[in-house]
Unconditional design. Structure first.
Length: 513
């Protein structure tokens, strides 16, 4: 075989998995590592990194178990013309297990992405650390984790879990910005057998760490995908909103939707009755460019809504309370969801638009014992720490500490609007008058009728948005139909915002994690 023929053959070995493996994977409704990259990247754009690398482990039969690439395909490419760094673990070699050289390729890919200032995307399909390589495998994981942390807040990091992610394999995704899980994937630190042996609990793969569990209960997964192709579509949609790095603005895209468009349906969307529910997503979809809202964490902590949208073509982050779930109360999970999203958006220069309709933090021993105080403080920290443009719209209820936490003027909001339906106070009128007028109500012949009178008085004098506006805590009170144009005009002025006062010199703050 001449040298050119040898190169052709060796390249073929790096690109084509064993035929029986490919057949088995396809029968499972999954794709091979190369097929995933082919569908993710623009045709002909892939530039491989360390294509012919092999492990150097000895013992346990490893000398005879070698393939080019060591179970991971890595390199550079483009998605819709945008440069990205990518890696895809190849389950056909030792279950995609991570050894020293496998990890070296991933770490180098992240490092290259940092140098180039481009997003990094990982397609994970790994059984975990390669046991035969011992501590060398653990060293490899550590080097990946270190680079994940160095890249945090500098370049976007997206990971799709397209198979197993066990043991150390779960932590690199957890350090990324967004995780997409397919319904055939799972993540856990220890598998069902170890759980059974350790604590005697019988649990299936899906019950322990399936995609739906992580999308709904743990909050580990930000997006739930039907299959590999759906996951790839989600990655492309998400990437269309993200800047390449933290020195750039999120990419503008022409939507053809007039930023000054008014929607009269908004005027009747929020019920005046403060206890009547409605879907805040209707507000979001009517205010922002049509069809532009991409919800994040759609299945987790559904009493809060977060996601990306466009306004006049400009990407923004949206945070909202959801009155249709638990009356929009904040709790442990929704606090984590909001705080993390706000921090990400601030890191990558997204204006943050907050819609408020919150009666407070969810009461009860479960929340208190679970640390709702600590978790709720994360929202306060995230909003106060954010220097990006912050615009808040108070739709209806805005009570107590939850009002402060949800992007209030007191935490540095640049522009605050309120709808005529807004109620801003320490607590709801009913609760307030039971404290203020306790003695009068106890002595009254008809306490219920008197309570209604006091409640109406409290609404007119205290909770009305005009009271907050008279103090400068609300900049303007607008018709709901005007919301879109008001936010857009404010955004255009705030695009070049700079913090007026320098912050105290420090290495970094200590958030209430």
């Amino acid at each position: 075989m001449d040298r050119f023929s040898e190169l052709v053959e060796k390249r073929r070995l790096t690109e084509v998995p064993p035929e029986d493996f490919a057949k088995k994977i396809h029968e499972q409704g999954r794709l091979t590592a190369h097929e995933r990259l082919e569908r993710l990247l623009d045709k002909g754009s892939f530039v491989p990194i360390a294509r012919f690398i092999q492990h150097r482990a000895t013992g346990f039969g490893m000398e005879s178990r070698k393939v080019f690439g060591d179970g991971v395909v890595a390199g550079l490419g483009s998605i819709d013309g945008r440069r990205v760094a990518v890696y895809a673990q190849d389950f056909s070699f030792m279950g995609g297990s991570v050894g020293e050289m496998h990890a070296y390729k991933i770490a180098r890919t992240i490092e290259t992405a940092l140098k180039l200032g481009i997003p990094v995307i990982g397609l994970n399909d790994s059984g975990g650390a390669r046991i035969q390589e011992g501590v060398d495998s653990l060293k490899g994981y550590g080097e990946i984790f270190y680079r994940n942390v160095m890249a945090s807040g500098v370049i976007p990091q997206i990971v799709a879990i397209m198979g197993p992610a066990a043991g150390g394999a779960v932590y690199s995704p957890a350090l990324a910005d967004f995780i997409v899980m397919t319904k055939k994937s799972y993540m856990f630190i220890t598998g069902p057998k170890v759980v059974k042996a350790s604590i005697g609990e019988d649990v299936t793969f899906e019950e322990l760490g399936g995609a739906e569990i992580h999308a709904t209960k743990s909050g580990v997964a930000h997006f739930l995908a039907e299959d590999d192709d759906h996951a790839i579509r989600i990655i492309k949609a998400l990437l269309s909103y993200l800047p390449s790095n933290n020195t750039e603005d999120p990419p503008y895209a022409e939507t053809g939707d007039d930023p000054f468009r008014e929607d009269s349906e908004l005027d009747g969307l929020v019920p005046e009755d403060p206890v009547k529910p409605y879907d805040v997503k209707e507000v979001i979809n009517r205010v922002f460019d049509k069809g532009s809202f991409l919800e994040v964490h759609a299945h987790f902590a559904t009493n809060a809504v977060v996601g990306f949208a466009r306004l006049g073509g400009f990407p923004v982050c949206v945070v909202a309370n959801q009155p249709a779930v638990s009356a929009g109360c904040l709790d442990i999970d929704s606090s984590d969801k909001i705080a993390r999203f706000v921090t990400f958006c601030d890191s990558f220069n997204f204006p943050i638009i907050t819609f408020v309709d919150v009666p407070g933090f969810l009461p009860g021993t479960y929340q208190e014992h679970g640390g709702v105080i600590r978790h709720g403080a994360k929202i306060i920290y995230a909003y106060a720490d954010a220097t990006t443009p912050k615009i808040t719209v108070i739709l209806r209820k805005a009570y107590g500490g939850a009002y402060i936490a949800m992007g209030s003027k007191h935490l540095g909001a640049d522009y605050v609007l309120a709808w005529p339906t807004a109620e801003i106070a320490v607590m709801g009128p009913r609760e307030a008058i039971e404290i203020i007028y306790k003695r009068e109500l106890e002595k009254a012949a008809n306490p219920e009728e008197l309570a209604k009178e006091f409640e109406e008085k409290y609404r007119k004098e205290i909770t009305t948005p005009y009271f907050a506006a008279s103090r400068g805590y609300v900049d303007d009170i607008v018709f709901p139909r005007e919301t879109r144009s008001y936010i857009y005009k404010a955004l255009m002025f705030l695009r070049d915002k700079r913090e007026k006062h320098p912050r105290p010199p420090r290495k970094h703050g200590v958030p209430p994690v």
